[in-house]
Design a protein around this ligand. Structure first.
Ligand code: SF4
Length: 325
């Protein structure tokens, strides 16, 4: 096991909300896990907290995140710093945060390559180190002499990824890594990531709102809604989604060739969790809700590889086949 997250619960005092509630998941060695959910569902909070650094304004109420046995949430900042960009790496959604605004890009890459704080790494060594990945990700060598503000969103996205991959981490966390990219670049990046992951034996947690991408890229999918896991299933055709929220995500996913407006959106909006969940978090948006759903929080139940948090699991209508191609 590379990462084991147990009962992770976060509180954001300023907004008085719980961004994550009792999240438990595991990422195996060389596994590709995809975490899916809408914006505001807790993906970014999870990405940072499972690497030991809850987002600013969020505090750990309970839980742990063990990487190779070490609880990242209990480590001192210096201990964490020794792991980042070496054993574990995060490509955040706001990838510009990866780069120091007053450093040229190659200097940010030098920070990642530097093994000890007193090591000096020359510009030429940095450029030689980033070159193979730059060639694969279509990043011209001259861009490393730029300042972060001179780059487009897509360039920053790819250069942030290069920094994360430079030291071949054991665990890579990608938070919406394709959101600033056009379709072609996105497809190339996804293909590259798959190849790189299998060549380097890295475990990957990929966080996205795109369930079609999750099913094609991941091996296992965790669906997050309002800070709770509502379904965990194998990717691909073997794991037909069963939770009404996951099915709603599939129904609403737009794909090339669709008749305009033919997709069915999930009604309503997710409301942030403001206290211990008393019923099902999806109750107000669920077409199959019944009185019990508002009264009792369903447990995550099922088989080892497919678990669902829903009271009506055995009585729900069958999902429409092949909603996502
Ligand atoms: S528990 Fe009830 S409200 Fe929640 S997803 Fe299942 S059927 Fe819908």
């Amino acid at each position: 096991m590379t990462l084991s997250v147990r009962h992770l619960t976060l509180f954001a005092a300023k907004r008085a909300i719980y961004p994550l509630w009792d999240v438990t998941l595991e990422i195996g060695r060389e596994e590709r896990l995809v975490v899916v959910g809408e914006s505001g569902g807790g993906k970014t909070s999870l990405a940072w907290a499972m690497l030991g650094r809850p987002l600013p304004g969020q505090s750990l109420l309970r839980g742990e995140a063990r990487f190779d046995g070490l609880d990242l949430l209990a480590l001192e900042p210096e201990e964490l710093a020794r792991l980042y960009y070496r054993q574990v790496a995060l490509v955040p959604q706001n990838v510009q945060d990866t780069f120091h605004p007053t450093q040229r890009l190659w200097e940010s890459a030098r920070e990642v390559l530097r093994k000890e704080s007193r090591d000096r790494v020359r510009r030429g060594e940095v450029l030689a180190a980033v070159d193979p990945l730059g060639k694969r990700l279509d990043v011209a060598a001259s861009l490393w002499d730029s300042w972060p503000h001179q780059l487009s969103g897509g360039q920053k996205q790819r250069m942030g990824l290069i920094l994360a991959l430079l030291n071949k981490p054991k665990l890579l966390v990608l938070d919406e890594p394709t959101h600033a990219l056009d379709e072609l670049t996105r497809a190339a990046l996804i293909a590259f990531l798959r190849e790189w992951q299998s060549a380097n034996g890295c475990s990957v947690a990929f966080l996205t709102h795109d369930i079609g991408l999750a099913r094609s890229w991941g091996q296992r999918i965790v669906v997050l809604y309002r800070g709770e896991i509502v379904e965990e299933l194998p990717a691909g055709s073997a794991g037909a989604p069963r939770h009404p929220y996951t099915r709603g995500l599939m129904e609403s996913a737009v794909r090339l060739g669709d008749v305009p407006y033919s997709r069915q959106a999930i009604s309503g909006h997710a409301v942030a969790l403001r206290g211990e969940p008393e019923g099902c978090g999806f109750c107000e948006r669920c077409p199959w809700s019944e009185p019990l759903c508002a009264r009792e929080r369903p447990v995550l139940a099922g088989t080892d590889d497919h678990r669902v948090r829903c009271h009506r699991l055995t009585t729900l209508p069958t999902a429409r086949a092949a909603s996502v191609r």
